[in-house]
Structures are given as C-alpha cells and as structure tokens.
Design a protein. Structure first.
Length: 424
C-alpha cells in the first residue's frame, strides 16, 4: 500500500475573540424543552447558583484522584482566577470561551500523544476532561462578579464554556479538495452513581480521533469530533441540532458513537422517536416522544445509511460487529408493545430503537432526522461500542492494565469501522 503522507493542510486556528463572536445558529430545527423542572434550582433572584448533581460528585475521592493523576486538577482553579480578573460580562465571556477551548485542546493533545502527559493515567483516558469541565462549571455557578450578572447571563456563560470544552464549536474542516470529511461524536461517562470510576469509550474515541487523518482505499479522510452530555434537557433544548446543522452539509459521512453492550459492536439499523426515562447524569428522567421541531412531520423511525453490510463483513478488530435490526414497537392499530427482530413494521409507533430508548438512540435519531430534513444523501448512523470493563476482580482502583487495553482496542476498532465506511 502507498504510504503517501496526509495532506499538509491545517485548519484555521481559533482565537478567543473568534470564539466569542460565534453565535447560535437559527432555531429552525431546535426542539422545545421537554422537562418541566430545571436540573438544579437556582436562587429566587439573580446571583450564584448551587452546584448541580454532576458537580456535587466532584467531592468524592475517585474524581479527585482522576484529576490529580492526569494533571487536570488545576483547570478549575485557573478558570476561577480568570473569572476574578474579569471586569465585565464581555471579559467573562472571553474567559469562558478561552478556557473551555483550552481544556478541549489539552484533552485532545493528551489523547493523541502530543506534549507531556502530566500524570500516570494512560493518555487515552476520557475522564479527566469530564471531571475538569465540571470543576470549571462549578466555579462559574459560584462566581460572584463585581458587576451585575443576571441568571440568564450566567447561563449564557455556562453555555459558552460547555460548547467550547466539548469541541462543539471547533469542528472546522480544512479547506481544500481531495479528501473526505467525517463527523464523529461521543458521550460523557454516565451511570456514575453505580460506579463513579466509569469511562466512556465513545468519548475516548472522539478525543483520539479529533483532527486525525485516516488513510482509506480512496485517499485521505479528515475526522472532526465533539462530545455530548448525558442529559435529557440538553437534547430537548436542541444541542445536537445546533452543533451538527452547520457541520453535516460540509461532511461526507457522520457517525454518532456511544457505549452499548458487553463484548460487541453494533451498527444500529433503526432509531426510534421515543424516550424511555432512564435517569441521566443529573438523575432526571424523561419519558415520551423525542421532542423535535415541527412534530407534525416527525417520523417514528429513522434508519442508518452507513454501509452496515461491509462493516460487519470486514475484519476491524477483536470485538464482533453486528448489524442490529431489532426494535420494539406498538404495531399500527395495536396497543401492546411488540419486539421486532427484523425492524419496524409500517405505521408502527416507536418504543425502542436498535440502540434502545436512552440518549444513544436519541442522538442517532436526531442526527439522522437532521440528515433527512436537510436532504443530505450521505452515509450516517450510529455505532455502539462494547462496554468498557475493568480487569477481573478490580472493584476499587480507577485503572488497571485490562481496562486500558480494552479502551485502546475499542478506540482502534472505531477507527477501523469508520475507515471501512469511508472506503465504501
């Protein structure tokens, strides 16, 4: 095989000023909020807000150890100092954008082997980004500026910090021709009250592949990535659509990725318009139809356009890869839920897509619905990774050799899967 080097093209560098000038796109596809109560109730008037459920977990020993052993334990303090120096809302906004982007870039550099590791945790670990971001959002909620700051203005600053620290505003493909463009998304760790040590291999894959050049049979492909929260409210507020609406038309392919079943990858064939209510990272539930704009034209099902037959037939790594077509539906004219191994039947109502009824299914549904509403004839769909498991007998340590090997193998196989898809 030819060893032609990747194109010597560099994306435009971000600046703090440019990040601040980025504004939200039009809300044509933005869905209404579905939850009745906010994640954390603020005070009656303007002022500092209490820590959220996610932020409260920071005080536990495991998050502190992860931050310390990765060198990310200074992120919150550095951001707090920048806030104290801010003499106006504009300066605070620049600080949020700058420190959020710096955190994302630092996590990507660490995952891709650039610069010092600053700690003994393996470089592929996604957890330092998650816990460091929470240390920063907690500082922003507690901040008492010297100038008036309304609850709404504080919320805007939090949004800037979240967006920039997740890579959502920096998926900028290089200019030029002769290469494919691939969008890939991952998720934060979740089910942290079950095991706070948890890592999410989809987030780790997003960090490892952001800005990567991949050699395919037809030439080079560039990957741009972002990470999403495991929170029902953010999805109901249209975060997926705001992030992807300007990116998908620039891309040749997209893949949403999340952690799925033990010991296997799944290419999820069908995505359902239903929320099953499993608690999110704020311990909130949401049950009902996935809330999107223009619900009158909302389909019950969307489908992958990834080349699932070629992906499942290829040798991509040590985990088997399945074409998953099973869904749960209420048949047309019926009332009871029925499991359909071969996919939905005409006129049925969704109750579970191939990826379930949680946020994995929902990001796949939203991304593929956006693809269809924009009229993009492009490959796109959802990939579920294996569950990232610790070594046998490890119930207390935050890492071990098997845990690291499993994560590295999953990341490598995600890369192989999207390479096969790009080849097709």
């Amino acid at each position: 095989m030819s060893r032609t080097p990747a194109p010597r093209i560099r994306p435009r560098r971000r600046t703090a000023a440019a990040l601040v000038l980025l504004t939200s796109l039009a809300v044509a596809f933005s869905p209404p909020t579905a939850l009745a109560a906010p994640p954390a109730a603020g005070p009656a008037g303007d002022g500092p807000a209490p820590a959220t459920v996610e932020e409260q977990r920071l005080e536990r020993a495991v998050p502190q150890e992860i931050l310390r052993r990765s060198g990310f334990d200074t992120a919150g303090r550095d951001f707090a100092r920048a806030l104290r120096r801010a003499g106006s809302y504009r300066e605070a906004e620049r600080a949020a954008a700058r420190h959020g982007a710096r955190l994302w870039d630092r996590a990507v550099d660490r995952a891709r082997g650039r610069g010092p590791a600053h700690g003994d945790l393996s470089r592929d670990d996604d957890r330092p980004l998650y816990w460091a971001r929470l240390s920063m959002t907690r500082e922003l909620r507690a901040w008492k500026p010297a100038f008036p700051l309304s609850d709404r203005a504080r919320a805007r600053l939090l949004d800037r910090l979240e967006t920039s620290s997740r890579g959502q505003d920096s998926m900028d493909f290089p200019r030029g021709k002769g290469f494919q463009r691939i969008v890939l998304t991952g998720f934060d760790p979740f089910t942290l009250d079950r095991d706070i040590r948890i890592s999410n291999p989809s987030g780790a894959a997003a960090l490892a592949l952001d800005g990567a050049w991949i050699r395919t049979a037809g030439g080079w492909a560039r990957v741009e990535t972002a990470v999403f929260p495991v929170r029902w409210r953010d999805f109901a507020d249209g975060e997926v659509e705001r992030t992807l609406r300007g990116r998908l038309p620039q891309a040749d392919m997209f893949t949403t990725v999340s952690q799925g079943r033990v010991g296997r990858f799944d290419i999820e064939r069908f995505n359902g318009a239903w929320r099953g209510g499993f608690p999110d990272n704020e311990n909130l539930s949401s049950t009902g139809t996935v809330p999107v704009a223009d619900p009158a034209s909302q389909p019950q099902w969307t489908a992958t356009t990834l080349p699932y037959e070629k992906i499942t037939a290829a040798s991509t790594g040590r985990f088997p890869v399945y074409d998953n077509t099973t869904v749960t539906e209420i048949p047309a004219g019926g009332a009871a839920e029925v499991v359909r191994p071969g996919g939905p039947t005409p006129g049925s109502t969704a109750r579970s897509g191939g990826g379930g009824d949680y946020l994995s299914n929902e990001i796949a549904y939203r991304a593929t619905l956006l693809r269809d509403r924009l009229g993009l004839g492009m490959p796109g769909g959802h990939v579920h990774t294996p569950v990232l498991e610790f070594g046998a007998g490890n119930t207390t340590e935050i890492t071990d050799p098997d845990f690291v090997r499993n994560r590295l193998d999953i990341i490598a196989q995600v890369r192989s899967i999207i390479t096969v898809a790009a080849d097709s």
